[in-house]
Design a protein. Structure first.
Length: 330
C-alpha cells in the first residue's frame, strides 16, 4: 500500500512516500478502511522530529492520527459496519496510508453533506474539543470559556461547540489576523496576545466584569499558566491540551486553593481502545448531528496529495495555517 514513511528523524527530507506492507486483514471486531483523506496534525510533526513516538502497537514510522474513508472489509465479530460505509475516526498512528485497520468502536459515520477532505479534517479536532469541554470540564449552558490558539483546528472546533451549547466563547491568538478570521466561528470577544500572555487576563476581567471565565482550554502551555489562573472564576476548570510554549511552569497553589480550581490534562492519542471508543461514541451522538445540519463545520486550510506531504508539513510549521491541513490518498 502507499504510505508516508519516516525514513529519518528531523527535517521534512526524512519523509518519503513508499510502497509499505499492507495492514493486517481485519479479525474479531476490527475493520479495514480504505483511506481517502487524512488530517495532518502538529503531533505528526513532532513524531517526524523524533519527539513524540507512537503508542505501543502502532507504526513507529507511519504517522497519521485521523482519517476518512470507506469500509473495505470487516472481522468476523464486527457488527456495526458494512462494506462501503463512509466512516471517519482516530487512531494512534498509521493513518497517512491507503489503509488502516482499527476497532469498529473507534469509527463514526460520515454525514452525507461532507466530502472526504472535509470529513478528514474533523475527527481529531472536534473529538479533542468535545471531550475536553464537555466530558472533562462538564461545560454548562451560559458558562464562559477562554480558548487559546483560537485559530487552530481545535480552537475553531471548540469555538463552534461552545456556541452550539449556549455558552460564551472568548479567544486568544498570537496574531490579530487569525482572530479576525476566527470571529466567524462564535467568538464573543478576542485579543491578540503577541509575546505578552499577561494581557489576556486583564482582557478577561474587562469582558466578564471581574467574574472571570469558568473554563480555560489551553493549547499553548507553560507560558500561559499564571494568567490562566488569574483569568479563572471561582471553581473554574483549566484543561491542558497542548504545550507549544513548553511543558514546565511554576504554579501558585494559593490561587488554586483560594478559587477552588480544577487543573487537568488530556490526550486522545495515548488512551486505551475502550477510552477512545467512549470518546468516539459521544462524538457520534453529540457532534456528528451538528455537522450534518450545518450548526458546526470543518475549517479547512489547505489540501495536499500524499506525494506533497513534505510541503504539507512545512505549511503547519510555518504557523500561518488557519484550520486543518489534509492529505488526499488516491
Amino acid at each position: 500500500m502507499k504510505a508516508v514513511k519516516i525514513i529519518s528523524f528531523g527535517g521534512v527530507e526524512g519523509l518519503e512516500v513508499v510502497n509499505a506492507p499492507d495492514v493486517p486483514e481485519p479479525t474479531a471486531d476490527r475493520v479495514r478502511v480504505r483511506v481517502h483523506a487524512a488530517g495532518l496534525n502538529r503531533a505528526d510533526i513532532l513524531q517526524r522530529l523524533g519527539r513524540y513516538p507512537a503508542p505501543p502497537g502502532y507504526p513507529e514510522d507511519i504517522p497519521g492520527m485521523e482519517f476518512a474513508g470507506e469500509v473495505e472489509s470487516t472481522g468476523e465479530d464486527a457488527r456495526a459496519w458494512n462494506v462501503g460505509d463512509r466512516v471517519f475516526g482516530i487512531t494512534g498512528g498509521g493513518a497517512h496510508a491507503e489503509y488502516v485497520t482499527v476497532p469498529e468502536s473507534t469509527l463514526a459515520r460520515v454525514p452525507d453533506n461532507l466530502n472526504w477532505v472535509e470529513a478528514a479534517s474533523v475527527p481529531e479536532v472536534f473529538m479533542t474539543a468535545h471531550d475536553a469541554l464537555f466530558t472533562q470540564c462538564r461545560l454548562q449552558v451560559g458558562e464562559r470559556v477562554l480558548i487559546h490558539a483560537a485559530g487552530s483546528g481545535v480552537g475553531t472546533a471548540a469555538s463552534q461547540l461552545v456556541k452550539a451549547a449556549g455558552a460564551v466563547a472568548y479567544g486568544t491568538s498570537r496574531t490579530l489576523e487569525k482572530l479576525e478570521r476566527a470571529k466567524q466561528f462564535g467568538l464573543s470577544e478576542s485579543i491578540a496576545v503577541g509575546n505578552d500572555p499577561s494581557v489576556f487576563a486583564d482582557a478577561v476581567e474587562k469582558w466578564t466584569d471581574g467574574a472571570g471565565v469558568n473554563v480555560v482550554l489551553d493549547l499553548v502551555g507553560a507560558a500561559y499558566l499564571k494568567p490562566n489562573l488569574d483569568a479563572l472564576a471561582t471553581r473554574g476548570r483549566l484543561i491542558f491540551v497542548g504545550t507549544t510554549s513548553g511543558s514546565k511552569a511554576e504554579i501558585d497553589y494559593g490561587i488554586v486553593m483560594r478559587k477552588r480550581l480544577r487543573v487537568m490534562g488530556t490526550s486522545l492519542r495515548t488512551r486505551s481502545t475502550e477510552e477512545k471508543a467512549t470518546a468516539t461514541r459521544l462524538f457520534a451522538q453529540h457532534v456528528v448531528p451538528l455537522l450534518a445540519n450545518g450548526a458546526v463545520r470543518p475549517v479547512l486550510d489547505s489540501v495536499f496529495r500524499i506525494e506533497g506531504v513534505r510541503e504539507a508539513h512545512k505549511r503547519i510549521e510555518s504557523n500561518e495555517s488557519f484550520g486543518k491541513v489534509v492529505l488526499t490518498i488516491d
